[in-house]
Design a protein around this ligand. Structure first.
Ligand SMILES: [Zn+2]
Length: 117
């Protein structure tokens, strides 16, 4: 999906939590209002709607995903700022099909495992 886009794509992972494990039940794309190949910002109204829709079905935000086009799937400085605002799992995919998932713990970024079931 990221491969076909000239701009960063982004959106939410919705699901539930059991202890330390998150289960993603739904992926929802949100427009990147920056339309940029190196940064993203979710279109605010679409973002609120996505969260409302999910909550109606008993799902919560467990993660945020976005793509990196020319750099590895690790959080950028800008992503770290976003991670402070949204303390959920941050999933980053690149244009070669690699991915990484991260959480911010205090000032440290920790990589978390993604298991596809
Ligand atoms: Zn990024």
């Amino acid at each position: 999906m990221a491969r076909k886009s000239g701009v960063e794509i982004c959106g939410f992972l919705f699901g539930g939590r059991e202890g330390d494990a998150f289960t993603v039940k739904e992926i929802r794309f949100v427009q990147n209002r920056l339309n940029s190949p190196t940064a993203f910002e979710m279109e605010p109204l679409e973002m609120v709607k996505a969260i409302d829709d999910a909550e109606e079905r008993g799902l919560e935000v467990v993660g945020i995903f976005h793509s990196h086009l020319k750099c590895p799937p690790r959080p950028s400085g800008r992503d770290l700022e976003g991670m402070e605002l949204w303390p959920v799992v941050w999933l980053i995919v690149d244009d070669k099909g690699n991915h990484g998932a991260f959480v911010l713990e205090g000032e440290k970024v920790r990589e978390v495992e993604v298991e596809v079931v």
